[in-house]
Design a protein around this ligand. Sequence first.
Ligand code: ASP
Length: 342
Amino acid sequence: MKKRTSILLIYTGGTIGMMQDARSGELKPFNFKALTKQIPELSKFDIDLSSISFEVPLDSSNMHPRVWIKLATIIKDNYLNYDGFVILHGSDTMSYTSSALSFMLENLDKPVILTGSQLPIGIIRTDGKENLITAIEIASAQIKNKPIVSEVCIYFEYKLYRGNRTFKYNSAHFDAFKSPNYPELAEAGVDIQYNTNALLKPSKKKLLVHLNLENDIAVLKLFPGISKKITHSILNTIGIKAVIIETFGAGNATTEEWFITALKDAIAKGIIVYNVTQCAEGKVIQGKYETSSALKRVGVISGLDITFESAIAKLMYVLGKNLSVLQTTKLLQSNLRGEISI
Ligand code: ASP
């Protein structure tokens, strides 16, 4: 007889489990029991559903790499006992967490689905019920006893996305996430339609969990008129290991000599300079325009079509390995978990 599918639900917090404070009117995280009470449908699933709840649920704006380590460890410790994992998480930083977990969990052959909601579960019009129920359904979906999905995803408002391709683009609509550079992995209607060709193949290797993350990273968002003083101050920050330069269009920047020299000096000191475009769609092509050729020449690393959220997570993961600049550059330029198109 086929064993029942088992899913571990991990509750970290987020709007889905929030309630309005009677006095201040603020939305604050509430405990997990109160949340599950609002969804009697959970008991109707023909699966074994277990749960772990953070003692103190988080608004995800308080997310931190130490929480990603905690989440990756929970998955590691429970990996063999479950067929899939669903993480309830605030939407504000869900793309960062899903990106980070995608790098930390190498060789996945089971689904890790993050979901949450824009309205608390206790509100009649909540989007939380559908999101949670379908996320569980996707996490438990199998063909020939093998999970259909075997990567870190976000399920939100009828769509399943590769987590490290997403960003939160809307704080007002239920449809809160976008994945402009990679197709949706599934769409839920009457049936759940999987985009099989877009899914990562399950790994045949043993799960490897990486728990070293390095967060001495700076971000230099370019704008016309960015000052030399501020640029120098950021690039000379004590302990800085990498800087993301958020560039224009296809990875372009000012060609002013002081700017290029500042980057060149930083790179000479061993700082990783990573070029990520400010555009939501499209990619960095260093050398396409004259305004990006100098970046390529001084050794700036192209982020191609990586999202900003994924670039942060990938840097934390790669820098956490303490490799040489050459090896670090090689990993940043490689497609590790489907986060870039090459
Ligand atoms: N501030 C909330 C959070 O990210 C928003 C949400 O859950 O949608 O935890």
